[in-house]
Design a protein around this ligand. Sequence first.
Ligand code: ATP
Length: 362
Amino acid sequence: MKIVLEHLTKKFISRRDKNEIVTAVNDFDFEIPDGKLVGLLGPSGCGKSTTLNLICGLETPTSGKIFFGDLDVTNLPPENRGVGMVFQNYALYPHLSVRDNILFPLQNLKGADKLSKEEMEKRAMEAARIVSIDELMARKPSELSGGQQQRVAIARALVKTPGVLLLDEPLSNLDARLRLQTREQIRRIQKETGITTIFVTHDQEEAMSISDLIIVMKSGILQQIGKPQEVYNDPVNLFVARFLGNPAINVFDGYIKDHKVYIGEDVVGERDAEDQEVSIGIRPEAFIPDEKGPFRCVFDRVETTGRDTSIVCHNEKCTSDEDVRAIVSADEKLNHEDGIIRFSLKPYKVHVFSKEDERVIR
Ligand code: ATP
């Protein structure tokens, strides 16, 4: 099911000050294609949950419209939208078995939607199979791991064969290992069912690793939508560049003069733009240690963690952190005589942003 948001806006009266209006979702106007897994990503309070609540009908928009396919669902009640919803706290009924938890939404269907007992059992078994918990149907939630409980919650959302599946921070209650496993499961479940799925997280790595598309938002405003790698490689502004990537992008104060991009006296790129002050983002993997390289930093130390070797150094123009972090191959020979290390830079990993509005200068 394709989802179309048309100038969708949601305003709230601020919880802190009754005279203040908070725009949680500001003029969202984009399309989520059918059958994709979409990661909705942004810092706390940027409007992710509000967006999901608008799509499933728990919130009414202040203005704008929502379409599922060609159908305008803006004024449809949640139960008529065909949306499955999974929340962070899986909220299973503790006194019911896994089987009865999954059956629960079907037992409440009324009128023409009412199903026979056999059909309900069949649907519950199918949903349990998809999330790989069909062996655990007789257990109570307390006898399951967090990851298994979350999968029961997903099965319960799938059992009504929704056209759209919404997952609100589904992994945040799980420990690191289970998070990894469960996110792979979510990817597999989504591929198997082909249901258009929106998955909310504030963890960029999580969103990047399993999504077909990511939507990055900030303060209720859409920043960028695209394939994870495309957004990472070509951020539209400094916020997106900073938000994606671990370790984070290194940011420096610099300037453009005669089409050359400078950090201090070092030329780190070229741009066809007017002379101006800029911010320059350099991805950690952009650095190549090179005795003749143009970019100089003060060498601090080398850190090796598993596969990666990081060179930690300093540059007085760096604004992102005290350290500049360069990830290099472990067998790279390093020359840092006099305490200075020189790098050449992969040009496509160096991003230049206007100081005025933080938009990228390509
Ligand atoms: P988090 O990651 O912390 O869950 P979020 O990105 O999901 O955050 P929302 O919960 O959608 O953000 O909130 C967006 C903004 O709208 C916040 O400033 C929040 O305080 C405000 N907000 C959300 N719901 C209401 C409400 N019912 N009444 C007033 N303000 C609200």
